[in-house]
Design a protein around this ligand. Sequence first.
Ligand SMILES: NC(=O)c1ccc[n+]([C@@H]2O[C@H](COP(=O)([O-])OP(=O)(O)OC[C@H]3O[C@@H](n4cnc5c(N)ncnc54)[C@H](OP(=O)(O)O)[C@@H]3O)[C@@H](O)[C@H]2O)c1
Length: 288
Amino acid sequence: MIKILITGGDGQLGSALNVAAKEFANFDLVFTDVADFDITKAESVDDYLKKGHFDFLVNCAAYTAVDKAEEDQDLAFLINAKGPENLAKACQKHACQLIHISTDYVFDGTNHIPYTESMETNPPSVYGQSKLAGEKAILENNDSSIILRTSWLYSEFGNNFLKTMLKLGAEREELRVIFDQIGTPTYAGDLARSIFKIIESNKKSGKTEIYHFSNEGVISWYDFAKEIMELAGLNCRIVPIESFQYPLPAPRPHYSVLNKSKIKSSYELTIPYWKDSLKWCLKEIQDK
Ligand SMILES: NC(=O)c1ccc[n+]([C@@H]2O[C@H](COP(=O)([O-])OP(=O)(O)OC[C@H]3O[C@@H](n4cnc5c(N)ncnc54)[C@H](OP(=O)(O)O)[C@@H]3O)[C@@H](O)[C@H]2O)c1
């Protein structure tokens, strides 16, 4: 059995890992969240890993309130930078491989071609800065971990763009959605399954590696909203607007498409097209 600790297990990705786990019979999984495993507490993190003898730790714990982070810098950095540092040190000490989740928001979004892992980071938001600080802390304190950057995460769990669109789409005749931010959605179920396939492959590169993961395809939030309404059979008109027409506290990258060649070739992954995964997720929501 492969013993795996999940942190932030009650969140979107943690919940998706819980579902995906059913396909992997050789995993012994322990799901935790902040009440029983607070990643910001260095001593208890070390103690838990010392006693637990885990082979892998998948860190889904994070401060994810992107706009709130602009005013809540200390807490964002504590959870997104100090937390991963604690995990990196404890995993290094207790021979546990760390798989950490990061974000497309580490980029400033000025690119016109999909971002590769080696391209320059320059996060404009506090959230992105705190996540980048987390990546750096891992690179400095652990020599065999995996950092997975992902984008536009959604699922049948928690709060996300899909669930907001379904709710508002049922209540309103018209919604204004930004068309000048381009990226790729990521269905948390696809990411969860890929994380487990990576664990199952047991491939070691001998150093800490960064990988990009999202679904296949490229769209704007406007296109995403249009397709959600269409597939969900909601009669709500989606109107394209520019970012300046919907001001938010935290700046967003205009372009954050991730190049996934590295993860696909390293782990022989086939990643679903975004529309196929959206259909799947909508079915999961309807069947609930
Ligand atoms: N959501 C997106 O669109 C998106 C996009 C790109 C990358 N990501 C990254 O993907 C990862 C998973 O995101 P998600 O959407 O699943 O996040 P999420 O739903 O917000 O889940 C995060 C979980 O971490 C918990 N947590 C907070 N502080 C903690 C602490 N100190 N110790 C342990 N657990 C703690 C949270 O508990 P509370 O709810 O009680 O705070 C929550 O259960 C994160 O690293 C995020 O940065 C997300």
